[in-house]
Design a protein around this ligand. Structure first.
Ligand code: NAI
Length: 348
């Protein structure tokens, strides 16, 4: 969005260095598919792979991952498991987003014509505050049997993400921004988030603005999703609504999400889950991670390679309908990847 700051940094001889965080569950196998495809198309990207061991009780791995993203400017990420249930062990995913100050998360939710779903032609963009709100991870037991959990909403982050949403709408030819909140109950925290977006909306008279309470929003989404265009919300609502919309479009295996700050960008599957139960079975849908890699290629300015891959994914899913079981197909993960590679060959 703020182009001058989001220029990717590490480029050597026309090639970009990108941090790859395979994470747990199906992350490593999906990253393997991305690497195979990138090799096949000759994408000018060199991955710096950082494995984070979730069983180790220190933050050395995650600090190293943060250092490499700061050096490279860009990351491609699976979901890192948070194994320990001890309260002092925080989510490494959250730590990474916070340390890199990636305050805006963007999920483009566009229907795949080849995937059978109740609603057709959904085209919604979710923009989520990504670094505070309900994810402050400040919980404590004030007296025995009483847990308090802090939700932190700041004027500065509310303004940054609201501006991001309106700028995104304007630059992408979108017509409306809907702020999703629970300001009727959380009058101060969500109240601040809502009031900030209302104030900023006045600077964007060309973009319609409305707001909706989160409860009603979920009902409206599953019943009449076409009324939404760009949706702006706090962190936890963003996670829940992202999963609702991914569900409407075919589940966890299709969409990709983008984390942005003023300096760094990290690309990942849209629902951010690990898929641990299906790991190693050759059934995981590889499309979400491949779509994340396409977003990353676009961000790096490798439009030719992004386009080549996007067209091959489109043909595989929407025309040939070669899909994994989660979206109604019978193909294995590797069948889908091989079909994509075959379709790239046809396009070349
Ligand atoms: P999960 O990993 O069990 O996935 C939910 C469902 O989607 C499962 O049925 C899984 O098999 C399926 N699925 C996921 N990716 C798929 C793919 N590529 N292809 C086909 N099917 C796929 O999700 P759960 O239980 O929500 O979370 C597991 C871990 O992920 C937890 O550690 C959680 O903290 C973390 N996580 C989940 C998030 C979410 O939004 N669901 C967000 C952030 C973290």
């Amino acid at each position: 969005i703020r182009k001058q700051k989001l220029i990717p940094k590490a480029q050597y001889g026309g090639r970009h260095a990108v941090t790859m965080l395979p994470g747990g569950g199906i992350g490593p196998e999906c990253m393997g598919y991305v690497r195979d495809i990138f090799k096949y198309i000759g994408a000018p990207v060199d991955f710096e792979i950082v494995d984070i061991d979730p069983t180790v009780d220190n933050d050395d791995d995650v600090l190293y991952a943060i250092t490499t993203i700061k050096r490279n400017g860009v990351g491609l990420k699976g979901n890192i498991e948070t194994k320990s249930e001890a309260a002092y062990v925080t989510s490494r995913n959250v730590a990474l987003r916070n340390e890199l100050d990636m305050y805006a998360y963007v999920l483009n939710c566009k229907s795949f014509p080849g995937v059978e779903t109740r609603h057709k032609d959904i085209d919604v963009v979710i923009i989520r505050q990504n670094t505070e709100g309900e994810y402050a991870m400040l919980e404590h037991e004030s007296v025995h049997g009483v847990i308090e959990s802090m939700k932190v909403v700041t004027a500065s982050n509310s303004e940054r993400v609201a501006r991001f949403a309106f700028e995104f709408a304007r630059k992408n030819g979108r017509k409306k921004v809907t702020t999703v909140h629970k300001a009727n109950i959380m009058k101060l925290s969500d109240g601040l988030f809502l009031e900030t977006s209302k104030r900023l909306a006045k600077e964007y008279p060309d973009i319609e603005h409305n707001d909706m309470i989160i409860d009603n929003c979920c009902m409206q989404l599953v019943a009449k999703p076409h009324q939404f265009d760009v949706m702006l919300m706090t962190n936890l609502y963003g996670s829940i609504v992202s999963n609702v919309v991914c569900g409407l479009l075919g589940g966890a295996g299709l969409l990709s999400g983008r984390n942005y700050g003023d300096h760094y960008a990290v690309f990942e599957p849209g629902t951010r889950n690990t898929g641990t139960a299906i790991a190693g079975k050759n059934v995981a849908n590889p499309i979400a991670m491949i779509n994340a890699s396409i977003d990353m290629l676009e961000h790096l300015g490798h439009h030719f390679h992004a386009d080549l891959l996007r067209r091959a994914v489109h043909k595989t899913i929407n025309v040939d309908r070669i899909m994994t079981p989660d979206v109604g197909g019978t193909a294995s993960s590797t069948d889908v990847v091989n079909a994509i590679i075959g379709n790239i060959g046809l396009n070349h």
